[in-house]
Design a protein around this ligand. Structure first.
Ligand code: BTN
Length: 270
């Protein structure tokens, strides 16, 4: 990541505090360190490469040099802790809109389907292109800080992914057939993200859920969700106004706050 180029692309008077590294363990870990020592709202930690990129559920996030956007934004929003879920969904929505815009600008053919897998995976034609890892610090019902870690696969070719991801992952390059400048993409994304997050906070997240639901891949499908102690199964009804998942199970309607989800088709995991 070329910090000088990024600063030029962001132009003067931008609201971000950029910490750019060629290599980091995990930008989330680094961002959390900075947040704990008092860094300002809209600090952004970005790395060209992560050696210990973290995914949800303690998974590893492949973050090779120069092939993707690996960054974490420190937010100190004046919102109630119960809004964090909506901010998580909103982030996925903003990433998916951004990718859609880039694909539309660069291709003349058929637009691929850009979908969301609850809560915050971004899929293109069923393959994962981006993920979000949100960490939060809450003290006495106040959000002290949020770390929004975003990983977007940009310039990988299919063979660049490790064999176990080759059939389930994709990148912007695989979708559009061209490689992309990472600094340009990051500068454009951050400007959109700042605008959309501030708008959403100002309107108390009004209207976000129905827009998110339109892109939700498993709506109406039979799914299983892994919870800390057990697995719950049912038809995905949608998302409630808090951003929680609604499932119709054999025991009735259930509201799920967090979990790892997959589809069941003809009794088989998909
Ligand atoms: C997931 O889908 O499991 C979440 C992936 C999040 C990856 C990003 S890359 C930048 C930031 N730093 C990390 O270590 N993880 C997030």
């Amino acid at each position: 990541m070329d910090n000088e180029r990024l600063q030029i692309l962001l132009k003067e008077n931008h609201p971000f505090h950029i910490y750019s590294y060629a290599k980091a363990g995990s930008t989330n870990t680094e961002a959390e360190r900075k947040a704990r020592s008092g860094c300002p709202d809209w600090s952004v930690v970005v790395a060209g490469e992560q050696t210990a990129g973290k995914g949800r559920y303690r998974r590893r996030w492949e973050s090779p040099a120069g092939q993707g956007l690996w960054f974490s934004v420190v937010l100190r929003p004046a919102v109630a802790p119960e809004r964090i879920n909506l901010l998580n969904l909103l982030t996925a929505l903003i990433v998916s809109n951004f990718l859609e815009e880039k694909i539309a600008q660069s291709s003349t053919g058929k637009m691929p389907a850009v979908n969301l897998k609850w809560p915050n995976d971004i899929l293109i034609d069923g393959r994962k292109i981006a993920g979000i890892l949100l960490q939060s610090k809450i003290t006495s019902q106040t959000v002290e800080y949020l770390i929004v870690g975003i990983g977007i696969n940009i310039n990988q070719k299919q063979e660049d992914f490790p064999p176990e991801l080759r059939n389930t992952a994709t990148s912007l390059r695989m979708v559009t057939g061209k490689s992309w400048n990472l600094e340009e993409l990051l500068a454009q994304f951050l400007v959109n993200y700042y605008r959309d997050v501030n708008r959403a906070i100002a309107s108390d997240f009004e209207g976000i859920v129905p827009i998110y639901e339109r892109k939700l891949i498993h709506r109406g499908k039979h799914v299983q969700v892994k919870l800390p102690a057990h697995v719950i199964e049912g038809e995905m009804l949608g998302i409630d106004e808090k951003g929680y998942l609604l499932l119709e199970t054999a025991e009735g309607k259930r509201q799920i706050t967090a979990g790892d989800l997959w589809e069941i088709k003809n009794g088989v995991m998909k």
